[in-house]
Design a protein around this ligand. Structure first.
Ligand SMILES: [Fe+2]
Length: 142
């Protein structure tokens, strides 16, 4: 049996994996041919945005807020993580909103591709920092 705390961590990690899968799929579409790919990418970005917001909400409410309240020692680091996540979230949402339009995506596809790669690497490093850092810390101390 897992504790509530472990269940939250497992859920957050599962959400990370599915966010990464969505980004992989978008990347595959991006590399593919065919006129339909632009519209498909617009839809994939929409889904990704929805799932990212859901993840950040759960992560803030059930993870960072709880950590800040319950652990004096880890408080500063948790607050720092929470803040930097807000920054990343803003950048990602701005990027998605900018390209969630078929015409714009098509006409500025090279820019989109470059920015997409950058966003993916930022998110991936953020995700592994969380998983090897604060998530494992939390499962040990509280
Ligand atoms: Fe996360």
């Amino acid at each position: 049996m897992f504790s509530d705390k472990q269940n939250v961590i497992l859920k957050l990690i599962r959400q990370h994996r599915s966010l990464q899968k969505e980004l992989d799929l978008t990347h595959k579409m991006m590399m593919g041919n065919g006129e339909s790919k632009y519209l498909i990418i617009v839809h994939l970005l929409g889904d990704f945005k929805k799932n990212l917001l859901e993840h950040v909400k759960l992560e803030n409410e059930k993870f960072y807020d709880v950590l800040v309240e319950n652990d004096e020692k880890g408080k500063a680091q948790a607050m720092e993580f929470r803040e930097s996540m807000k920054g990343i979230e803003e950048v990602v949402l701005k990027f998605i909103d900018e390209y969630r339009n078929e015409e714009k995506l098509k006409s500025e596809f090279a820019d989109f591709q470059n920015e997409f790669e950058l966003m993916v690497s930022k998110l991936n490093s953020r995700i592994s920092l969380e998983e090897v850092g604060v998530y494992s810390y939390w499962s040990m101390v509280i």
